[in-house]
Design a protein around this ligand. Sequence first.
Ligand SMILES: Nc1ncnc2c1ncn2[C@@H]1O[C@H](COP(=O)(O)OP(=O)(O)OP(=O)(O)O)[C@@H](O)[C@H]1O
Ligand SMILES: [Mg+2]
Length: 342
Amino acid sequence: MSAEPLLSVRDLAVSFEGEDGRVVAVKGMSFDVPPQRAVAMVGESGSGKSVTAHALLGLLPSPPAHIDGGEVRFGGVDLLKLPERKLRPYRGGKIGLVFQDPTAALNPVYSVGAQLSEAIRLHLPLGRRAVRERALGLLHRVGFPEPEARFGDYPHELSGGMCQRAMIAIALAADAELLVADEPTSALDMLAAAQIVALLADLRRERGLSLLFISHDLGLVAAVADDVVVVYAGEVVERGPARALLGHAQHPYTQALLASVPPLRRERRRRNQPVRRLPVLAGAPPLLTRGDAGCRFAPRCREVVARCREAAPPLYPVGPLEVRCFLREQPRRAALLPEVAP
Ligand SMILES: Nc1ncnc2c1ncn2[C@@H]1O[C@H](COP(=O)(O)OP(=O)(O)OP(=O)(O)O)[C@@H](O)[C@H]1O
Ligand SMILES: [Mg+2]
């Protein structure tokens, strides 16, 4: 991972004004998306995944949202410092967006073809005919078998899966370099979800796209991601290559997440295992306040020790992974070497 990251998020902090004061949703969020890699972000509900995705492109409603600090560098430019006008070529242009519920993201009063054409016109200086040709080409590419015939269809005339394909076409309207997909399959049935994931994987290979893939579904994550970032209470607790992280997770939170995934039925049958109750991680992530001391996961951690409540752990390297846990701190090599007599 020596290449300069395409997207680099550093110390992002976001809070929301509420009736009872300020709620911190994201604090100290840092991760990279290298060129042409797929990075999955996982974590339970309320951990700050969508807030992070929306913050990248200035899509949070302000008020109540407030960006308290940090950097979001894309190709070296800090997007958080750009005025609205200069952010537009990125939003839906260099960075394509695919959100959870395609029927809500599409405008019900315009046809799919019209919305796609509008997205193309917004970002590319093309004439009418070229816009239509590009729109038809994109619809075809994302799996509309007869794009000419479906160009004038309205969102309500399409299945959820086809709406999500249309959203992906819109995200690609202007040759995006990065796709941000926030739970792109959670509103779809299993088959449509698998098809959308396969489409994203194909497009990525074909176009050399980078992907930030936010998902609850660790099965999909394993199928899509090169790298995984695990977030808890608004910060990264573990990250690294997908195979190492999903196979040998080090953080007690990641271990609990993985333990709550039911093994595939086929796999269970093969191993002749009975259906067992899955362990459930009790409790909920903490509400963050400014003066928090200690590890944010300590109240729910089964390995907690006194130190965890006193100071906040940094990320420690553990093999190919980085893990925010004191218990995984490895002795520094130098400390293990015998002292050399003078
Ligand atoms: N519009 C809002 N107003 C106030 N607080 C909000 C708002 N949106 C998000 N939050 C706060 O930010 C936290 C993180 O929310 P976010 O939507 O990022 O979670 P998430 O990780 O995407 O969860 P999910 O998996 O359910 O989509 C929430 O717990 C909530 O406290
Ligand atoms: Mg979300």
